[in-house]
Every structure is written in C-alpha cells, then in structure tokens.
Design a protein around this ligand. Structure first.
Ligand code: NDP
Length: 332
C-alpha cells in the first residue's frame, strides 16, 4: 500500500483527499512503474485539486503534473529498475494518474532521465514552472542570438515575478547577465526578487490595466506568465525587433491587444507550451537547468511541504499567495 492524493467527484461535490492505494490500482495503460520521491504544486495542480477549472478529465484522478523518482519496474526498452527519472506534462495529473502519489505508472516515452547533477528534490523544486521558465528563456536567447542583441543591452521584463515561473526566470536571466525588471503585485517581496537577481521591481498594476496599442519602447524581451492586459501591454512596450515569450494566464486567458507592435515594430510573440513539448527540447531545457541554475537561489525560492499539505497549498497558489516554488516531499 502507498499514499496518494485522489480527486473524486461524488454527487455531493468535488473533493481531493489523502488516500491509501494498492499498486494493482495504478493505471494499466503505463509501461513503467516509478517510486515517486518528490512532486510539486504548480498553478495547474491548484486548478486540478480545487476543481476551479475543468483540468481533470476523468475520475478518480491522482493529481500532480510532474514528479521525480526511481523506476521500480519497466516493460519499456529505454528504462530499467533503479533509473532516476522525472516527468512533466503529457496530461499526467489531468487525464492520467499523476505525481502526488508515492507510486506512479506512466508511459516510458514520457520520462526524462534525471540529469546526474540534479537531485530529485531540486528537480521538483524547479518542476514544471522552472522548466517552463527555461523554455521561455531559451526562446528569447535564440531570438537575441539571431537578432544580434547582447545581454545587458536593454531591460528584460518578467511578469508574475513572485510566482514559480517568474522567480526561476529572474534567476536564469540575471545569471545570463541581463538587466531584469520584475513586475509583481507584492511589493513586500522586493528584497526577495532583488536577491534572485532583479535589477528593479515595478507594481504589476501599471501593466494589468488596459493600455495604448503602442507605448514607449522599453524591453528587449519579456517572460510573461500572466496573459490578458499584462501581455498586451508588454507587447506594446517591447523595443523594435524584441521578443515576448508568453506561457501563462494568471491574470486571464484573453489577449486584448492590437497588431501594432508586431507590424510596426517587428516584435515577435513566442507561445511556450511545456505539456507536449518534444523530447529533445525537454531534455535540452532540463540539462540547461541542471548546469546553470544557482542552487542557493533555488533554495531561496523553495518551500517544502508534505503530501497532505498539498490540498491547502492548491488554494493558496490560485490566490497568488505562494512565493516562488513549492516542493512536495512525497516519500515517507
Ligand atoms: P504561480 O501562481 O506560482 O505564479 C503566478 C504569479 O502571477 C503569482 O505569483 C502572481 O505574482 C501573479 N498573478 C497572480 N494573479 C494575478 C493577477 N490576477 N494579475 C496579475 N498577476 C497575477 O504560478 P506558476 O508560476 O506556476 O505559473 C504561472 C502561469 O504560467 C500560470 O498561469 C500557469 O498556468 C502557467 N504555466 C503554463 C505552462 C505552459 O506550459 N505554458 C507551464 C507552467 C505554468 P505576483 O504576486 O508577483 O504579482
């Protein structure tokens, strides 16, 4: 028997509870069984656990869109017992039982080998949010390399700065020598954001309200995890030839923008998806995270919680009350 969070949808409502399961109950559709050591609570896990958005597609469901652990049994040619692995995306925790569980059975094609220099805990301290931040940064780096834009030649905006994607993006961009401006609704976290590498901190209210289609040119690049007016204003204030990497919707799913920044300033908007990203891009992002992210900074942005605590944490992350990253110690 092992412990797992299980979401059910009885007639009385939607609930997520810590439960004991048997290995025989794991999904038959997987070909690799993994002992999970660590998972996380991402924004999407918050939606799944609370039922605030219809993220979960079948019931009962074990939430957890990512995990790190060791293979205990494999019928997949790539993996054998004892291999250290991580998984994020592919609908795990949404349509297939996920990582907020001491055991998981998944498809071997979805697994990534844990880089040698990354512990299971650090991998999940980064989690989907950190990996998505790296996908954003890599999209911007490729753009800047092609455009001949050097680090330090202008400011880079990070929105949703106090959250998981934002915190990791700040640390990564500052580590590459960029001048990072952090946009947050939590001015009390300014010291935290500066310690991660932000050169300055701005109030997100300025970006979050409706703005003009073209604004003063400021950013050579943007990592946006907020969407809605914030993304529209970020595009409108990006410098000629600059780029915006959009990955999130913390403010909203809408994009009340005009084409002006794209057709008059040649601004490029990159859409970043972590869930179905091809394996080569995943491996490159995890490898780059393992090599470049400062472990002291990762520790500074990480709070560890237990499996049972993840239910309360789900509401907190949706309320924008979580600073940085939550890592869930799943193993006993
Ligand atoms: P977090 O909750 O950790 O961070 C989101 C941050 O956005 C908050 O901390 C807050 O930062 C800010 N925020 C919250 N509400 C609002 C609001 N109403 N208006 C403006 N800003 C707001 O989530 P994650 O970092 O894990 O994820 C961020 C977003 O990215 C989510 O929408 C998530 O779904 C998405 N995402 C997408 C992925 C993909 O594959 N495309 C993968 C991973 C995440 P502050 O208090 O500093 O303002």
């Amino acid at each position: 028997m092992f412990k797992a969070l299980v979401i059910t949808k009885p007639e009385s409502g939607y609930q997520c509870e810590l439960t004991e399961l048997d290995e025989a109950q794991l999904p038959a559709s997987g070909d690799v069984t993994v002992r999970v050591d660590y998972s996380t609570v991402n924004y999407k896990d918050g939606l799944a656990i609370t039922g605030k958005s219809p993220v979960v597609r079948s019931f009962p469901m074990v939430p957890g869109i990512d995990f790190a652990g060791s293979v205990t049994h494999s019928d997949h040619p790539k993996w054998k017992a004892g291999d250290r692995v991580l998984l994020n995306g592919f609908g795990v925790g949404e349509g297939h039982w996920g990582g907020l569980s001491q055991m998981a059975r998944v498809k071997g094609d979805w697994l990534v080998a844990l880089p040698d220099t990354l512990s299971e805990r650090d991998a999940m301290a980064l989690g989907t949010a950190g990996y998505t931040a790296m996908l954003c940064v890599q999209a911007l780096q490729k753009h800047w390399a092609e455009a001949g834009v050097a680090a330090g030649s202008g400011e880079v905006l990070v929105t949703g700065a106090g959250g998981g994607v934002g915190s990791v993006a700040i640390a990564l961009l500052a580590g590459l020598g960029h001048t990072v401006v952090a946009s947050t609704g939590r001015p009390q976290e300014a010291d935290y954001l500066k310690a991660l590498g932000a050169a300055s901190v701005i109030d997100r209210a300025g970006l979050g309200a409706p703005g003009k289609p073209l604004q003063k040119e400021r950013w050579i690049g943007v990592v946006d995890s907020v969407g809605s007016h914030t993304l529209a204003n970020a595009c409108a204030s990006t410098r000629y030839g600059g780029a915006v990497a959009a990955c999130g919707l913390a403010q909203g799913m809408d994009l009340p923008a005009s084409v002006a920044p794209f057709i008059l300033r040649g601004v490029t908007l990159y859409g970043i998806d972590s869930v179905m990203a091809p394996m080569a891009r995943r491996e490159a992002a995890w490898d780059a995270l393992a090599k470049t992210l400062d472990r002291a900074q990762l520790a500074a942005m990480t709070t560890e919680i237990g499996l049972a605590d993840a239910v309360a944490a789900a509401s907190q992350i949706l309320a924008g009350q979580v600073r940085g990253r939550l890592v869930v110690k799943v193993k006993d």
